[in-house]
Structures are given as C-alpha cells and as structure tokens.
Design a protein around this ligand. Structure first.
Ligand code: ADP
Length: 158
C-alpha cells in the first residue's frame, strides 16, 4: 500500500490545495493531509479550525485522511508508514524553498521521497496568504476557497 503525506499549514485550505490533494489521491492508495503545528508562526486559524475545514471540504475523497502533527514531517511520515511527501509547486518562486525543504528531508531520511504536483492553471496562483489579504480588505474569496471555508470565514469575520 502506497501511503503519501501532504503536509502544510493550510491556513486556510484553498481550491489549489484541494486540486493537489485530488491529484495525489488518484496516484497513491492513501493520502494523509496533515496540518503542521508551527510554534513560531502564529496562525490565522487554529490548527483545530484548519483540520475541521479540511474535513468539511474533502467530501468525496474516500482514500484521504485528515490529521495534524507536531515535530518533523519525516518522523510523522515514518510513524504512518509513508514513503512519500507531497508538495505543490505554483511558480518559480516556490521552487527554491521547496527544493531546499525536500533536500533537507532527504538528508534526514533517504527513504522518504518528495513528489511535486501542480494544479490546474485556474488554481495555480491561489495562496492562503492572498486569501487572508482579500478577506481583510472585505473582498470576495468565494472563487478561491471551498464552500465550507467561505461560509466559515465570512461568518467569523476579521
Ligand atoms: P506551507 O506553509 O508548508 O508552505 P501551505 O499550506 O501554504 O504550506 O501549502 C502546502 C503546499 O501546497 C506547499 O507545497 C505549497 O507550495 C502548495 N500549494 C499551495 N497552494 C498551491 C496552489 N495554488 N497550487 C499548487 N500548490 C500549492
């Protein structure tokens, strides 16, 4: 059974993340989308809110699990028997950081490989940080996020 972990902040999950997740779920037997607790970065949403919104947004994937974790991603992957980490690439600007991250993870554990996926062009430019920016300026985020995220964030306000 080929298990992959899709780690990230997902603060909040976007249609771009969902498209990556969909592609990954068609390639691997099981995908665990895992929200990383990041001690240094104060999130916009709590990890529990992010997990809840992911669960509400992934309705029709039956080989996807949602979780959160603390500590190193590779340790989390080992614990779950996963040999693959999924990361998404949008523009060249993602490349340097993602390359560094995947090589660091390879140096820490050779057996776990990073697989990069891309989205459909219409979702390529979406990022959690621009969504927060639009929301803060009372813009319409409905095109960029799944419906449960839109409903939750509009109710929650700034
Ligand atoms: P992190 O804080 O770990 O960078 P994010 O939650 O922002 O995590 O994103 C998780 C992964 O999904 C990253 O590899 C990021 O590049 C990728 N990603 C995010 N949005 C998109 C998108 N619109 N298209 C392709 N990949 C994306």
């Amino acid at each position: 059974m080929k298990i992959a972990i899709y780690p990230g902040s997902f603060d909040p999950i976007t249609k771009g993340h969902l498209d990556i997740l969909k592609n990954a779920s068609q390639i691997f037997d099981k995908v665990i989308i895992a929200v990383a607790h990041n001690g240094e970065k104060k999130g916009f949403l709590t990890v529990d809110e992010r997990v809840m919104l992911i669960k509400q947004s992934i309705g029709d994937f039956d080989n996807v699990e949602v979780d959160s974790f603390t500590g190193l991603t590779i340790e989390y992957a080992k614990k779950h028997g996963a040999k693959v980490l999924i990361r998404g690439l949008r523009a060249v600007s993602d490349f340097e950081y993602e390359m560094q991250l995947s090589q660091t993870n390879s140096a820490l554990c050779e057996d776990i490989k990073t697989v990069f996926l891309t989205t459909k062009p219409k979702y390529n430019f979406i990022s959690s940080s621009t969504i927060k920016e639009i929301l803060n300026n009372d813009g319409d985020i409905s095109k960029f996020v799944p419906e449960p995220v839109f409903n939750y964030l509009t109710k929650k306000g700034k």
